[in-house]
Design a protein around this ligand. Structure first.
Ligand code: G6P
Length: 360
C-alpha cells in the first residue's frame, strides 16, 4: 500500500520517486474529456472576482506559494501577496477591498495557518484551501478546496506535496487566465506531461546526485543556495530540505543579494549550489558563480538544458520556463537525502520536527 516503504529504505526517497506519477495524477484529476484543465466554476468566480490574492502558508508550503504567486501574476494577471501564516496572524497588512485567501497546507492541520483562516472568515472573506488531505480542518473550514492528489506523504521533509502544490497552483493560474479571456499559447496539460517525464529522468540519476552530495556536502557544516527569479524560491526550499534532514546549516538567497552581505561567509571550500534555469538572469547568476569561485567556493551549477556552460554542470532536462521549479527542486531533494544518509541522520524523522504542527 501507499503507507509502506516497499523496496525503499526511506519514505522520503519513495516520495521523491513518486513525483512523476503525482504530476500525471494531477493532470488526470483536473482535465475534462477534451483534455482541457477545468476547475469548479465557483473557484474561478472567486479568483476572477477578487482584486488581490493572499496566499498564507508555512514551511515548504510557503515556498510553493512563492512560486504560485509568480504563476498567478504572469498567467492570470492577478496581484498576489504571499505571507508566512504566523507573521500574518499578528501583523496583518492593510488588505485590499476584495481579497481572496488561499491556504496551502499539505496536512490541512497546521495551527498557524488555521488561526489566519479563522480570522479572515470572521472578517467575511472567501477562502480556498489547497491540501493533500481533503477532509482536514483547513479544508472543512474554507469555502473551497482543491486536492493535491499527492497521496499520503509520510516523511517529515515534504517533497511530492511541494511539487503537487506548484502544479495545482499552475492549474489555478491557467484556468483563471482562461476564465478572464487572457490569450496564452501555454498548453499546461502538455507542459506538465513534459515535466513528469523530466522528473523521471532526474530520479534515474540518483548515482550521479549521490556522488555530488559526497563531493559537495559530506564534510561541510554549511552550504549556500543561490538563484534569481523563480530559482531564488527553489533555493529557499533546497536550503530548507538540507537543514531539516542533514542538520547542515544552509541558506538560500537571491543572487543579487550576495554582494550585500552573504559573500562575507564564502571561504575556501564553502559549498555553493547555483540554480541557472531562467534565461533572463542567466548572465547575472553566472556572474555570481564567478564571484564565489574567485573566493574559493566549491560551486555546483544546476543548469537548464541549453544554458549549461561548463562540463561539470548538472543539467536539467528542458521544461517550460515557468515550470522549472517543479524539476530543479528534484536534484536538491536528492542532494539533501544523500547528505543526510551519509551522515547517518534519521532521514524520515529528523530531530525536533513534526510532520504536522498543530500548536501555534
Ligand atoms: C511542518 C512540517 C513542514 C511543513 C510545515 C507546513 O513544519 O515539518 O515540512 O512544510 O509544517 O505544513 P503543512 O501541512 O501546513 O503544509
Amino acid at each position: 500500500s501507499e503507507m509502506e516503504k516497499g523496496t525503499y529504505d526511506h519514505f522520503m526517497l519513495k516520495e521523491i520517486d513518486e513525483q512523476p506519477l503525482v504530476m500525471r495524477k494531477i493532470i488526470e484529476a483536473y482535465e475534462n474529456e477534451q483534455n482541457q484543465l477545468v476547475l469548479p466554476p465557483e473557484i474561478l468566480s472567486a479568483t476572477t472576482g477578487c482584486d488581490r490574492i493572499y496566499i498564507i502558508a508555512c514551511g515548504t508550503s510557503y515556498h510553493a506559494g512563492l512560486v504560485g504567486k509568480q504563476l498567478l501574476e504572469k498567467l492570470a494577471q492577478v496581484s498576489v501577496e504571499v505571507h508566512v501564516a504566523s507573521e500574518f496572524s499578528y501583523n496583518m497588512p492593510l488588505l485590499s477591498g476584495k481579497p481572496l485567501f488561499i491556504f496551502i497546507s499539505q496536512s490541512g492541520e497546521t495551527a498557524d495557518s488555521r488561526s489566519v483562516l479563522v480570522k479572515v472568515k470572521e472578517m467575511g472573506f472567501p477562502a480556498l484551501t489547497l491540501t493533500n488531505v481533503p477532509g482536514s480542518t483547513l479544508s472543512r473550514e474554507a469555502d473551497y478546496t482543491l486536492n493535491l492528489h499527492a497521496g499520503p506523504e509520510i516523511a517529515v521533509a515534504s517533497t511530492k506535496a511541494y511539487t503537487a502544490q506548484i502544479a495545482v497552483l499552475a492549474i489555478l493560474a491557467a484556468t483563471t487566465a482562461k476564465a478572464k479571456g487572457i490569450q496564452t499559447d501555454f498548453d499546461l496539460v502538455q507542459e506538465l506531461a513534459i515535466v513528469a517525464n523530466a522528473m523521471e529522468v532526474l530520479t534515474q540519476q540518483k548515482e550521479t546526485i549521490e556522488e555530488l552530495a559526497h563531493a559537495y556536502l559530506d564534510t561541510t557544516r554549511n552550504a549556500f543556495f543561490i538563484g534569481r527569479s523563480a530559482d531564488y524560491f527553489v533555493c529557499l526550499e533546497g536550503a530548507l530540505k538540507l537543514k531539516e534532514i542533514s542538520y547542515i546549516q544552509a541558506e538560500g538567497f537571491a543572487g543579487g543579494e550576495l554582494k550585500h552581505g552573504t559573500i562575507a561567509l564564502i571561504e575556501e571550500g564553502t559549498p555553493v549550489i547555483a540554480l541557472d534555469t531562467q534565461a533572463g538572469v542567466h548572465g547575472a547568476i553566472r556572474g555570481n558563480v564567478q564571484e564565489v569561485v574567485a573566493r574559493g567556493a566549491n560551486a555546483l551549477v544546476v543548469s537548464m538544458q541549453g544554458l549549461e556552460l561548463d562540463e561539470d554542470a548538472f543539467v536539467l532536462p528542458h521544461v517550460h520556463e515557468l515550470l522549472t521549479p517543479l524539476i530543479s527542486v528534484v536534484p536538491l531533494q536528492l542532494l539533501a537525502y544523500y547528505a543526510a544518509l551519509h551522515s547517518d541522520c534519521d532521514v524520515d524523522k529528523p530531530r525536533n520536527l513534526a510532520k504536522s504542527v498543530t500548536v501555534e
